[in-house]
Design a protein. Structure first.
Length: 166
């Protein structure tokens, strides 16, 4: 099921188009994610197995949740990036809604062209249009170039993240 989005107005971008991901984009999302993995990270995904029940079930759950969205970035009709935006309602900050960016990836041969910055600007405008008062993200400690990228876009290093595999 494809959702219709109101694209945030006021952004002038290259020929970059950002649209909701469809089931047909699962292999692309996996390939972009694998290509954007932090050095030393063990990879368990395989873009050639996009029809796997685990990926299909996960996509179903994402698609059914109005606060969980995957997007594909295209340049002149070519898929070059992806990102996931989760809207998180909390009580802190007087009940401020937050947008969590996950899985932000630009294809390696398209990095350094300003396209990632355009994707993030679009995500920020999208988050604002949904009423979010903050955009947050995490980035692997092994990706200093990504940290500099996010800092150039105005993000602050404010927290230390922790994970526990189950």
């Amino acid at each position: 099921m494809t959702q219709t989005l109101r694209i945030p107005s006021g952004l002038i971008m290259s020929n970059l188009t950002i649209r909701p991901a469809t089931r047909d984009d699962i292999a692309t999302i996996l390939a972009l994610s694998i290509g954007g993995n932090a050095p030393g990270r063990v990879n368990i995904d395989d873009a050639d197995e996009a029809d796997n029940d685990d990926y299909q079930r996960a996509f179903d759950l994402i698609e059914q949740d109005p606060n969980n969205m995957f997007f594909i970035a295209e340049l002149d009709g070519e898929k070059i990036g992806c990102m996931q935006i989760n809207l998180l309602q909390g009580l802190a900050g007087r009940g401020r809604l937050r947008a969590q960016l996950e899985g932000v990836h630009i294809r390696a041969d398209r990095r350094g062209q300003g396209l990632g910055g355009e994707m993030i600007e679009w995500a920020i405008a999208f988050a604002k249009s949904k009423g979010a008062g903050m955009v947050q993200l995490t980035s692997s400690k092994n990706r200093p170039e990504a940290h500099r990228f996010y800092e150039r876009l105005g993000f602050d290093r404010s927290h230390e993240g922790f994970k526990l595999s189950l």
